[in-house]
Design a protein around this ligand. Structure first.
Ligand code: COA
Length: 152
């Protein structure tokens, strides 16, 4: 039974995130979407809202669940017996950003492996901060997010 977590802030979940989870299901039996805290970021949507959207998006996927956590990602992995951390890569700059984090996580917990999946070219320009900016400026954010993400 291969269990992975897909950690992030998901503020909000985008089509890019959804793609990574769907692709990840070809590798893992179970994926826990783990809403963590990035100490450098302020969020636009509260935790309850972010979690609810993700639950709705994956309501027909029993192998996908959503949890929240505080503290280190590797500690959360251990607490739920997940051996893999799944992350999406859109570009070389994502890799530059992700590599030291993956090394730090490996240093902290040698048994936990980070696995990267490349995003499709059509989705590799989406980021949650772009979506937030479109939303704040009343633009058509629906092109970038799953249909379950609805902002009044
Ligand atoms: N498609 C679309 N967007 C993607 C994407 C993809 N395939 N892959 C990444 N992104 C975007 C996200 O939307 C997000 O965009 P934003 O910065 O514009 O909001 C960005 O890339 C990455 O952010 P996110 O996925 O939220 O992760 P993060 O880098 O902010 O990390 C935690 C969040 C919670 C995982 C991280 O802070 C963490 O691990 N915290 C716990 C402390 C810890 O263990 N630190 C590591 C040890 S050093």
């Amino acid at each position: 039974m291969k269990k992975a977590i897909f950690p992030g802030t998901f503020d909000p979940i985008t089509l890019g995130h959804v793609e990574i989870v769907i692709k990840g299901l070809e590798l893992f039996d179970e994926i826990v979407i783990a809403i963590g805290v990035n100490a450098q970021k302020k969020h636009l949507f509260d935790l309850i809202q972010r979690k609810e959207w993700i639950q709705k998006v994956f309501q027909n996927y029993p192998e996908v669940s959503v949890m929240e956590y505080n503290g280190l990602t590797v500690e959360f992995c251990k607490s739920i017996n997940a051996r893999f951390i799944l992350r999406g890569l859109r570009s070389g700059s994502d890799f530059e950003y992700e590599q030291p984090i993956a090394f730090a996580n490996k240093e902290l917990e040698n048994d936990i492996e980070t696995v990267f999946i490349l995003s499709s070219p059509s989705l590799n320009n989406i980021s949650s901060s772009i979506v937030r900016d479109v939303i704040i400026n009343k633009g058509n954010y629906k092109k970038f997010v799953p249909k379950e993400v609805i902002v009044d």
